[in-house]
Design a protein around this ligand. Structure first.
Ligand code: GTP
Ligand code: MG
Length: 196
């Protein structure tokens, strides 16, 4: 089956933007460089699409993509070592505002690099997601960088570190396509109002 059409809606500095038409939203969050843009492109089957969002200066914005029945919202990456205090505060305001106030936020896809233990910033994000009671799907990226056995070990280690059941951390790879079809199904289900 061919992938559904998807288009770039825009980049927005404000968590309260009105999207027209109003549709359910699925947000992607994760630290910078975790593979958000790559995953977005893999999910929609368009290699160059999310490059738009990686141009310098747009990293502090919400990047919105329209699919037929829902929006994918690429939230700015966190964990910049070089970010200033005010940039961090601005980031937190944008992301917290988004998580707190979006009425149509149907689910959050939270990306973690399968090779690394969660960082302090990752745990801060986890707490934010818990505080705002948003349905979350933890997705492990770059799984192609590990062999089968090592991958199984890491999935289980991350599930333990995050205190999540192992079936709630999905290994994926934008490069090999591992887990992408399953993730598409989970996202479509969440957008349709089913639990993640
Ligand atoms: N091997 C491998 N590399 C990946 C994968 N996903 C992303 N990468 C690489 O990781 C780097 C960062 O990927 P991006 O998709 O730009 O990450 P991002 O989270 O959008 O980064 P920011 O926009 O800076 O927050 C790039 O060099 C990608 O090629 C993957 O599944 N496998
Ligand atoms: Mg990106």
């Amino acid at each position: 089956m061919s992938d559904p059409p998807v288009s770039f809606v825009g980049s927005f500095p404000d968590p309260d933007i009105a999207l027209d038409p109003p549709l359910p939203e699925i947000a992607l969050v994760g630290r910078s460089n975790v593979g958000k843009s790559s995953l977005l492109n893999a999910l929609v089957g368009q290699a160059g699409l999310a490059r738009i969002s990686s141009t310098p200066g747009k990293t502090t914005l919400l990047n919105v993509f329209r699919l037929p029945t829902f929006y994918l919202v690429d939230l700015p990456g966190y964990g910049f070592a070089v970010a200033s205090k005010s940039a961090r505060a601005g980031y937190r305001q944008l992301v917290e505002g988004y998580l707190r106030r979006r009425e149509r936020l149907a689910g959050v896809v939270w990306l973690l690099d399968v090779r690394h233990d969660p960082s302090r910033d990752d745990f801060v994000m986890q707490q934010l997601l818990v505080d705002h009671e948003r349905p979350v799907l933890a997705v492990l990226t770059k799984s192609d960088k590990l062999g089968r056995a090592a991958l199984a070990v890491r999935v289980s280690a991350l599930a333990t570190a995050l205190r999540l059941p192992p079936d709630q951390v999905q290994p994926t790879s934008s490069k090999s396509g591992l887990g992408i079809e399953e993730l598409k199904d989970s996202i479509a289900a969440a957008a349709a109002g089913e639990t993640l």
